[in-house]
Design a protein around this ligand. Sequence first.
Ligand code: PGA
Length: 271
Amino acid sequence: MARRKLIAGNWKMNKTAAEGAALAKELKAAMVAINPNGVCGESISQIRDAEGTHTAEVLVCPPITTVPAVVVELEGTCCQVGAQNIHWADNGAFTGELSGAMLKEIPVSYVLIGHSERRQYFGETDETVNKRTKAALKYGIKPVVCVGELLAEREAGQTNAVCERQTRAGLAGLTAEEMKNVVVAYEPVWAIGTGKVASNEQAQEVHAFLRGILKSLFGAETAEATRILYGGSMNAANAAGLLAQPDIDGGLIGGASLKAADFAAIVSAAK
Ligand code: PGA
């Protein structure tokens, strides 16, 4: 079964609502330009080629206060809108957090979970990644579960072990049925925001390894159907090579997602 590629932009803590609306407007123009039909398919989340075949799915994840303006701007386009975090509780004394119910009413269709910046700066653990993932699924929001090794871990030959631990723990207790709505993102931490992209071979090797983990957890069919994105300095120049790898099913893009032309070029490379 062919996996439809997902190109996701992680805007991180960039763009106020006004700035985000401006970027979304540029993105809209760029999306229309790359879509031969000029408009999106029946489902507004998919880019179609000239024959009407689904070729890619597009997502942007702005800061939550910017999401409403971006949703308005992108209405009727191929681009979906997601959040960057979700709390696991339905409500309660969790200052500064947002529940699935709150995100759902904004609305967002995806949420990033366990990004290395959350793990590094905000105490995210494999356990909280798992709780947030379950909360997202409970509220019908698709989780993008991020895993990836630090430079020191790669140098110590621990890449597979770290990615395996984060994947098994992050997805613990999920069913194969739930996995239909889960996306995994492999983001080597040493490649995030550094301009040091993993080579096509390095990335493919870990993606294939992760697919093997998914197979052992959920069976071959689910492993084959689950999308595994690559993230870490993906840009307009290197996207095509990475996206051509058999187990790379899209990208999670930080820096380059803040430039409409670059992001659209990456979407184009996924077609
Ligand atoms: P980058 O970020 O593309 O700027 O390296 C990727 C990410 O953090 O998701």
